[in-house]
Write a protein that binds this ligand. Sequence first.
Ligand code: OXD
Ligand code: MN
Length: 589
Amino acid sequence: MSSSVEQWVDEVSRSTHPDHVVWCDGSDAENDRLIDQMVSDGTLIRLNQQTLPNCFLHRSNPQDVARTEHLTFICSEDPEDAGPTNNWMSPKEAKDKIRPLFDNAMRGRTMYVVPYLMGPAQSPYAKVGVEITDSPYVVANMRIMTRMGKVALDRIKQGADDWVPGLHSLGDLSPDRRFIAHFPEERLIWSVGSGYGGNALLGKKCYALRIASTMGRDQGWLAEHMLILGLESPEGDVTYIAGAFPSACGKTNLAMLKSPLEADGWKVWTIGEDIDWLNIGPDGRLWAINPESGYFGVAPGTNGRTNPNAMTAVSHDSIFTNVAMTEDGNVWWEGMDGPPPAHVTDWQGNPWTPATGTKAAHPNSRFTTPATNNPALSSHWEDPQGVPISAILFGGRRARTIPLVYKAFDWDHGVFLGATMASETTAAATGAVGVVRRDPMAMLPFCGYNMADYWAHWLEMGRRATNPPAVFQVNWFRTDDQGRYVWPGFGENLRVLRWVRDQVRNGHGSARETPVGLVPTPEAIGTGELGLSAEDARILFDIDRDDWLREVEDQDAFLQKFGKHLPPTIRQQHQALQRRLSSVAVASS
Ligand code: OXD
Ligand code: MN
């Protein structure tokens, strides 16, 4: 054990006063012990072991079901370093406010010390963290989501002195005493008052995105809220594509996509489904690793059509949180295959029938499942150097304006697309659902520093990478006047990936140039083969000038927030879009 870790553990236990301290080794025996203990104290419910071997259900406190963005802080010395999109507190104020919540917080509890590695064990890009937590549920989830135990301690012993400490306590679970605080200058995380994944599994959003994004700024790489997939073509080549989508907008489904054109030789392989660390390789390309080793996916809506690979993955060795349970100990959620069961126990433990009128599963109920359960897992998912990325997708949930897919003219234009992307909010965070908000690169809740400085870093990465990926924007969620989704989505998204591959490998064919970027022809996507009408195709690829002029205005208001931090290139891209749109206006008047 490294003495620096021991020192920190001693210091924390002197203030939190746990009854016991357990150093986690990540072994099966340790996990079995923890699971048995949680089953006996009711933290976990053992599900039907015939149909769901080694699967368990956890019901959280009903006030602790999603990320709480208003209680999440970036505690940099200078508020400008947090920027206008983050909540800021000075490190001193944050520590003064939060420290008392940790005092004695672990009395009567066990303190677990969880060393973990983000990234494949052999990867030079992997990084170490140590989480102290008083939640055995967090430990069991961290074991799935990270490489936990000896493998991480070994790195520290071998001299990795940049390990990130993360202190977590459930506290009393009250939102009034909940803080998720990040100290980017010290590379430290403090989280108290929540057991929810995104707030409590500190390797995930807190480290692998917020703290890692600041490491990436300082060290010349990017930490992104992106899936990574490999698209195999009938010729046998594999094109690696990364995709940034806001929470609960289908990253997991796209990353695990089961190809409807498998018989023709098109197949998707998963590298990662939530987080992507991008480094510049010796060939000037961006190379991606997935720092995680499991998936923490949204359950409702997951079924044999939307994500058959996830349904297979979660059929064993998985933890479910806040889903419903059937009478025979199976799980159920809204949008699962088949009709709703006549009786279930809902996510809060109450009897439920289809007539009850509430959701049986919480809309942000989750599964935690090991990557190795995924039948579509790429054989390259743990390649130490990562996989070379040819295309980046930015996607949001937009009923109007944004076409199914379009391609940026070049890197700087692509960074502008990412910087100005927007999406309707979902249940992954507390607050109103369905409100359009700007969510740059899907990093609004996850960027650990000033968002405009982050765009400058993206632009700089494109200068340093001599062969950066092509950039695309996608939108699976366009609706017609009746509010019906026009695009079938899910497996059929393969058709969009196929066009993306064609663009990056074969250049600009099968596209038309518009003021916003290059839009595919309906034939190139195959809307006819899918049985979509000409009107559906029109809606999917339409660039409506009035909608876009409104969009440009709204972008302007957003960009203005960043004042002198806004990179001139982003401002110029915005002006160029405005010019291209107004020349269309002149041409058509
Ligand atoms: C997640 C999220 O859990 O983005 O991945 O909220
Ligand atoms: Mn996410």
